[in-house]
Design a protein around this ligand. Structure first.
Ligand code: ATP
Ligand code: MG
Ligand code: MG
Ligand code: MG
Length: 464
């Protein structure tokens, strides 16, 4: 039998505790650093230490950190591996061990603690990092054909235009080692999944871009708990792991459908619900309330997407508190606060769900206006506007249009959608830790599907 998500988390923390790392609880999703919107990585609570602003009480630490990445929202339910909410397992060295030891630990935890076979692992190094390559090859004994050099986009970490930075080395799981070592492309996600990233913080970058070696070199790492669960539980995606699947089953039951038998779009909706319900449960538990700005805006978007996807698969009536209860059950042993806050979580969810249903009614009136001005076919731009600003899925617009003997330009709609995806993709490249950066991303990345009662211009203005 395979390891549960809970066991994976514990084994990771226990392993690093046995190597003299201080095991700390997850910090809040709301960072102590007021310039940062949400906790997006395990290193964030340690940022002042890495920046040299704070002295650590211990030279090594290990955590399982709750994270939210809004820049991955478009990927949720579409890739097998991306969430908005996930946990990042990490081991950290504050001026203590460095590259060689971090690589040795990374290999040991992956192959010995989790039992992944060496032939199922591929590693990447930064293209100029000959040192890391030599460690993997000569000290660990990895087949050189399974060590891939990658560019700065994936394998050089920076926290901002200036400050500590350094090359990374990533571990990928190979689902198809039988395909051999000659044609290895870690970006091929039908074959590989990245599960662990080791960051070697070894330089300081000045305003002119010049890199100077740091006196105290640091290690920052991140292993996706849900991805490790996917690998070890032998399921096709993160959503079918024991960390998330019970939420999907609750939602499927409410919709009167079965996940395994559902069509692709219903499966995607179930995955979106499975992902977002965890996110909103933890956001409210960490003190965020729905609003039109900042973190509250992220929360509002996520709740409304849950409601909309619930409608898409045929759930009727108020339901968010029911799926949230499953999410609370799944996390209460690790995060007792979530159970303590259960009443508050449910009250906030239900209130937001009710507000959203009222705005949908208003959106329907606006659709009537579009229909009144349309002769034959609702344009792609209008259909997209209804979708983007008022939360109307294309199918709903089509359905209502059909009743009036009208068509909808679905291709034009897709073209508008693609434009939005391009905007989101170009913003994905790096993670900007500042509040302004995160909010700019949010404005461009989040699929603005469900924000009723505000014009697009207004809704953007509220986050700026
Ligand atoms: P990817 O290339 O797959 O988007 P990444 O390189 O952006 O991942 P890192 O920033 O290196 O990810 O984060 C460290 C680890 O955290 C990753 O190796 C992965 O296991 C996990 N992780 C990152 N983003 C997500 C996400 N959106 N959902 C689930 N796990 C994630
Ligand atoms: Mg990513
Ligand atoms: Mg990556
Ligand atoms: Mg990475």
């Amino acid at each position: 039998t395979s390891l549960s998500g809970q066991q994976i988390r514990q084994k990771f923390l226990d392993f690093f505790a046995s190597k003299d790392h201080k095991a700390l609880p997850s910090a809040s999703l709301v960072p102590a650093d007021p310039t940062v919107l949400l906790t997006i990585a395990g290193m964030l609570p340690f940022k002042p230490i890495f920046l040299g602003q704070q002295k650590p009480d211990f030279p090594r630490a290990t955590t399982s950190q709750k994270c939210i990445r809004t820049n991955d929202i478009e990927n949720v339910g579409r890739t097998a591996r991306h969430h908005t909410f996930f946990e990042m397992l990490g081991n950290f060295s504050f001026g203590d061990y460095f590259k060689s030891q971090a690589i040795a630990y990374g290999w040991e935890v992956s192959t010995k603690v989790f039992g992944i076979k060496p032939e199922n692992i591929v590693v990447s190094v930064f293209e100029e990092d000959d040192e890391a390559l030599a460690i993997w090859r000569d000290e660990v004994g990895v087949n050189p054909k399974r060590i891939v050099r990658m560019g700065a986009k994936d394998n050089f970490w920076v926290s901002g235009p200036t400050g500590p930075c350094g090359p990374c080395s990533e571990l990928y799981y190979d689902f198809k080692p039988e395909l051999g070592d000659d044609d290895i492309d870690p970006d091929d996600d039908s074959r590989f999944i990245e599960f662990y990233n080791l960051v070697f913080m070894q330089y300081n970058r000045d305003a002119a871009g010049k890199l100077t070696p740091l006196a105290k070199q640091n290690i920052d790492t991140g292993m996706g708990l849900e991805r490790m669960a996917q690998i070890l539980q032998g399921v096709p995606n993160n959503y079918e792991t024991d960390l998330i699947f019970p939420i999907i089953e609750t939602a499927a039951k409410l919709a009167g459908i079965k996940y395994k038998k559902a069509n692709e779009s219903a499966k995607t909706s179930l995955k979106v619900i499975g992902d977002h319900v965890r996110a909103v449960t933890h956001l409210i538990s960490d003190g965020v309330v729905p609003s039109n700005e900042g973190r509250g805006y992220v929360l509002r978007r996520l709740i409304r997407r849950v409601v909309r996807h619930g409608r898409l698969i045929g759930i009727e009536g108020l339901f968010t508190t029911k799926v949230a209860e499953t999410a609370i059950k799944l996390s209460e042993s690790q995060y007792p606060d979530v159970r303590k806050q259960a009443d508050l979580i449910k009250a906030e969810l239900q209130a937001e769900e009710e507000r959203f249903l009222k705005t949908i009614e208003r959106g329907e009136k606006l659709l009537e206006e579009v229909i009144a001005k349309t002769k034959k076919q609702i344009s792609g731009v209008d259909a997209f506007e209804l979708y983007d600003t008022y939360g109307f899925p294309l199918e709903l617009t089509q359905e209502i249009a059909e009743e009036k003997g009208l068509k909808v330009d679905a291709e034009g709609f897709e073209a508008e959608m693609e434009k939005q995806r391009d905007r989101a993709r170009s913003a994905h490249k790096s993670i900007d830790l500042t509040v302004q950066g995160s909010l700019d991303k949010l404005a461009s990345d989040i699929e603005v599907t469900d924000f009723l009662g505000y014009t697009k211009a207004n809704s953007k203005a509220t986050v700026e």
